[in-house]
Design a protein around this ligand. Structure first.
Ligand code: ATP
Ligand code: MG
Length: 322
């Protein structure tokens, strides 16, 4: 199925490439022919002024990103217009979601950090586990991994089977959280196998680009292996289309092809390319605190809502919409 899908996406890309000349012409006209429009469409639609882009502090006061940062989640949720609530019911609604794709730079860490942040603003108890030696989810949440005394590697050593060490370690902390998000490195090695063995669901971010689905078959075969040998309950939680650039035909065609091949598995929410999303990690805060009303912020809020609804985490309105 994936190979067919990958071929379809490649063909769509070729069709888009054939039309690219026209698209470029159009863009030229927008940039030069209409001087009243800003040249960078993306930034122009975001809400913060780049010059004043110091991280908005929780509650609007000056603050420091990082572990010592105290966040007034009520006012942050209001500012981010998070109008839904997730159930926080110890022992019942736990979800372990692994975010994996061996392709690099597709938005895994961005998704783990920002989906997690919005679920937390919606009232969930969320743990983000950074399994990637690059440490992007760690820094994206304002922690300096050079100063951590212990890390996830301490739980990955031990005397049980090396593929199941995270699974074992998580079984102890699961009841303390509603959602656990695991950010994986861009590989299918032992770290990702640990994450798959420990997860209930796999979320696969896919970039709306050429070669979007290359390697997906290999990932799905690994899922089958993990299911057969380590974790029978592992399911595919969803495919998330990321870095969508509405100005290109290619992006739209990738979306259409992926939806055609994977239908309901694909989240309705599509994350657009957003400068704000790429800036936020530099301040060590998720988009929900950096610029929640930017297009990227709104997309991850929508994703959190969609994810919560899909997984049964969403509280009914009588249970607490603000
Ligand atoms: N929707 C987006 N719009 C613009 N930039 C984005 C978006 N999502 C992610 N980025 C940026 O793209 C880069 C790659 O994203 P990210 O680190 O989340 O990918 P990844 O899959 O975790 O990468 P790796 O495979 O290296 O772990 C980062 O610089 C990130 O800030
Ligand atoms: Mg990453």
């Amino acid at each position: 199925m994936e190979d067919e899908a990958a071929i379809a996406v490649r063909e769509a890309a070729l069709r888009a490439a054939a039309q690219v000349h026209t698209a470029e012409d159009e863009e030229e006209r927008v940039d030069h022919g209409a001087p009243t429009l800003p040249t960078d469409h993306e930034v122009s639609r975001e809400t913060l002024d780049l010059e004043s882009a110091s991280p908005p502090a929780p509650g609007g006061e000056a603050g420091q990103a990082g572990p010592s940062m105290t966040i007034d989640t009520e006012s942050a949720a209001r500012a981010a217009r998070v109008t839904f609530k997730v159930r926080s019911d110890p022992g019942r609604f736990q979800h372990v979601l692994t975010v994996a794709n061996q392709k690099g730079g597709v938005g895994k860490s961005t998704t783990a950090v920002n989906l997690g942040a919005y679920l937390a603003l919606a009232g969930g108890r969320v743990l983000v586990i950074d399994l990637d030696p690059q440490g992007n989810a760690t820094t994206g949440l304002g922690l300096d991994h050079r100063h951590l005394e212990q890390s996830v590697y301490d739980v990955l050593t031990g005397d049980i089977a090396r593929e199941s060490r995270l699974q074992r370690a998580l079984s102890e902390v699961r009841p303390a959280y509603d959602t656990i998000l695991i950010d994986c490195p861009p590989s299918l090695g032992l770290l990702t196998v640990n994450a798959l063995a420990a997860a209930d669901e796999l979320l696969i971010p896919i970039q709306c680009e050429y070669y979007a689905l290359e390697g997906l078959g290999q990932l799905l075969r690994n899922v089958d292996l993990v299911r057969a040998n380590l974790n029978p309950q592992l399911s595919i939680g969803g495919i998330l289309l990321t870095m969508y650039d509405g100005r290109t035909r290619l992006a739209e065609q990738v979306v259409q092809e992926v939806r055609k091949h994977f239908s309901d598995l694909v989240f309705q929410t599509v994350v657009p390319r957003s400068v704000r999303l790429s800036e936020a990690p530099g301040y060590g805060i998720p988009i929900a605190l950096y610029d929640p009303l930017s297009r990227g912020g709104i997309a991850y809020r929508d994703l959190a809502l969609e994810f919560a609804a899909r997984t049964g985490l969403l509280a009914s309105t009588t249970e607490g919409v603000r």
